[in-house]
Design a protein. Structure first.
Length: 235
């Protein structure tokens, strides 16, 4: 082995660093869509973790923020971004920015890897513009399981059996006191599965997000940030 190869980091470390750089690039591009005086919804996860300091360092004025999780609320507040209850903000947001676990070519998303998908869907729906930020590994030709579920405690075993194969996740309950699980079956057509999950009693919310919720998808890759427009794109 020559000395140069002995000093090279393993490929997995290099790949991880490249993905982190892509998350940062997507987050930075999204932060530039935010302007003074906006009401902003903040998502949850490691990509959003890059967004918060980008917003903080811009010293935007007259901002109001709503967070999709206690973790994001804590991180935002510690950076000086004032977080409020969505309902105290009149319930309408100018923009929300969030990550995703998978994005397909039609802008269908899977979200909820961090178990925050219920509040994330409320914030995405309340926002006039919903911007998804992701590294290139999140872009897929077709969505695949798991699809995160937030499930009512009452009758949870029945709910899971109705959606078999599905199982509970080994994680704390949601901030709203519900159980977190995953649907593990085939996805097939996302609109059909989305309707089936929504119609199953005991499912509080699921992690399939339709294109009608999505304004923009910013996917960072090795050559820059690709900007896809969703059905809720501004004119
Ligand atoms: C949390 C989410 C996240 O947005 C999703 O899991 C992506 O997270 P990350 O940016 O860490 O890859 O839906 O519930």
């Amino acid at each position: 082995m020559n000395d140069q190869h002995a000093m090279d980091p393993p490929a997995t470390i290099q790949q991880h660093a490249a993905i982190e750089a892509q998350k940062r690039a997507a987050a930075k591009a999204a932060s530039e869509l935010v302007a003074d005086g906006m009401y902003v919804g903040l998502g949850t996860g490691s990509t959003v973790a890059y967004l918060l300091p980008e917003l903080a360092q811009r010293s935007l004025r007259d901002m109001r923020y709503a967070a999709t999780s206690p973790a994001t609320a804590h991180a935002a507040t510690s950076l000086g971004l004032p977080v409020e209850d969505l309902d105290d903000m009149g319930g309408a947001l100018d923009i929300a920015i969030d990550g995703a676990d998978q994005v397909d070519p039609d802008c269908w998303l899977i979200k909820g890897g961090g178990a925050a998908h219920t509040r994330e869907k409320v914030i995405a729906t309340a926002a006039r513009r919903f911007v998804v930020i992701a590294s290139s590994d999140k872009s897929v030709a077709a969505l695949s399981a798991p699809v995160p579920l937030e499930i009512l405690r009452f009758g949870a075993a029945w709910t899971l059996a109705a959606l078999a194969p599905a199982k509970l996740r080994d994680c704390p309950p949601s901030p709203d006191g519900n159980l977190i699980g995953d649907y593990l079956g085939a996805i097939g057509e996302p609109p059909i599965l989305s309707a089936r999950l929504s119609e199953t009693a005991g499912v509080v919310e699921h992690g399939l997000f339709g294109p009608e919720l999505v304004s923009d998808v910013l996917i960072a890759g090795p050559n820059g940030v690709d900007h896809r427009r969703g059905a809720k794109a501004p004119p």
